[in-house]
Design a protein around this ligand. Structure first.
Ligand code: TRP
Length: 365
């Protein structure tokens, strides 16, 4: 039955290392939530089965990135003593739950999911969409509800998934009685963090576009990526007035800069507004702004990089942490599945009353 626990659940597809878009969009927040003491439980998982839905011929890629993502998690401060970190494919209950949910969702409802629509276009799937890919919002609903998650910290692109999950929960509870919990999405509070653009100014940071700054990038790579970032192509001479719109360096400053950064690295400006005003007026060169951004990025990413190196020294321990996480996660999912089977009247063998009732019915005939 639903109780009043506050439970966080979120995850990532292991199709690459995590980048700063993941970081500002969700990862940083999760760590804060994990440490806030406001939640009864935190589950974070690596969605390898979901990654396989469009990488079925590339299992090695998914396998390699499971450990990369686990290291990124630990590096960012997810703490296995506070959060349950696990791997999706190791929880068979999620498949079972997805199978039942499939009957609660129509094909046309799935076709209307805007995130899936865009992804299908991006992958040029057209008529060859794998069924598993098409239905991944259903399996995502299982991921969330198997743990009775109340709160899903995620980026804007996950909104249609959460909405779909909520619909499934409502339909399930309506037919079978109150069993599942409706989740809510927790979006980043800073609007610019909803979707951080790539270093080339393109709308999304994506591995295939080669425009990502990875959490595990070495310092010199971060430096180089920041220095070659897209700014305002009409801002040629330092004296030229510059545009802020679509200027990636300023977008990143919106996402990352704090007043204390100015005190430390750029004391001649009291805040970001003043820096922006000077840039717009003219007389402020791109390189100076990029140097400032690079300093901020190094400050933010340096400790993450260092922690990652520490965890890399004992990879078997990281796998062991994941194995334990899977064990704990399975217990929770399995308890939910017991309730689901009971609600759906498919719990034949643990229901003495049912067996007695049937025996009586047949003895009367
Ligand atoms: N679809 C998410 C992504 O692409 C990953 C994911 C799978 C997820 N299941 C989830 C996120 C459940 C939040 C909750 O990043």
């Amino acid at each position: 039955m639903a109780d009043n626990k506050k439970i966080i659940l979120t995850g990532d597809r292991p199709t690459g290392k995590l980048h700063i878009g993941h970081y500002v969009g969700s990862l940083k927040r999760r760590v804060e939530l994990q440490n806030s003491g406001l939640y009864d439980k935190t589950f974070v998982f690596i969605a390898d089965a979901q990654a396989l839905t469009d990488n079925i011929d590339n299992p090695e890629k998914v396998r390699q990135n499971v450990i990369e993502v686990a290291l990124d998690y630990l590096a960012c401060g997810l703490d296995p003593t506070k959060s349950t970190i696990f791997i999706q494919s190791q929880i068979p209950e999620l498949c079972e739950l997805s199978f039942y949910y499939m009957d609660l969702v129509t094909v046309s409802r799935l076709q209307r999911n805007p995130t899936v629509k865009t992804e299908i276009q991006m992958r040029n799937f057209e008529a060859s969409i794998p069924v598993g890919f098409f239905t991944y919002p259903i399996s995502q609903a299982a991921d969330i509800t198997a743990f009775k998650a109340t709160t899903v910290p995620a980026g804007e692109d996950q909104e249609p998934m959460i909405e779909q999950a909520r619909e499934i929960v409502r339909r399930f509870n309506h037919i079978y009685g109150e069993t599942l919990v409706e989740p809510e999405i927790l979006l980043p509070t800073n609007a610019v963090c909803l979707r951080l653009p790539g270093t080339d100014g393109k709308a999304k940071m994506s591995k295939s576009l080669g425009n990502c700054i990875y959490l595990s990038d070495p310092a010199d790579v971060v430096e180089k990526k920041v220095k070659s970032m897209y700014t305002d192509p009409t801002h040629i001479k330092v004296s030229d007035p510059g545009k802020l719109e679509g200027n990636t360096v300023f977008t990143y400053l919106d996402a990352f800069s704090r007043p204390d950064h100015f005190e430390r690295y750029l004391p001649e400006y009291p805040n970001l507004d003043e820096l922006k005003a000077h840039y717009t007026r003219g007389g402020l060169g791109d390189m100076k702004v990029k140097k400032f951004l690079a300093a901020i990025m190094q400050e933010e990413l340096g400790p993450i990089r260092e922690r990652r190196k520490e965890f890399e020294k004992d990879i078997p321990a990281v796998y062991e942490m994941l194995r334990k996480g899977c064990e704990v996660a399975r217990e929770t999912a399995s308890a939910t599945l017991d309730e689901v089977r009971r609600a759906m009247k498919i719990n034949y063998f643990d229901d003495a009353e049912l067996i007695a009732e049937q025996a009586k019915r047949f003895s009367q005939e």
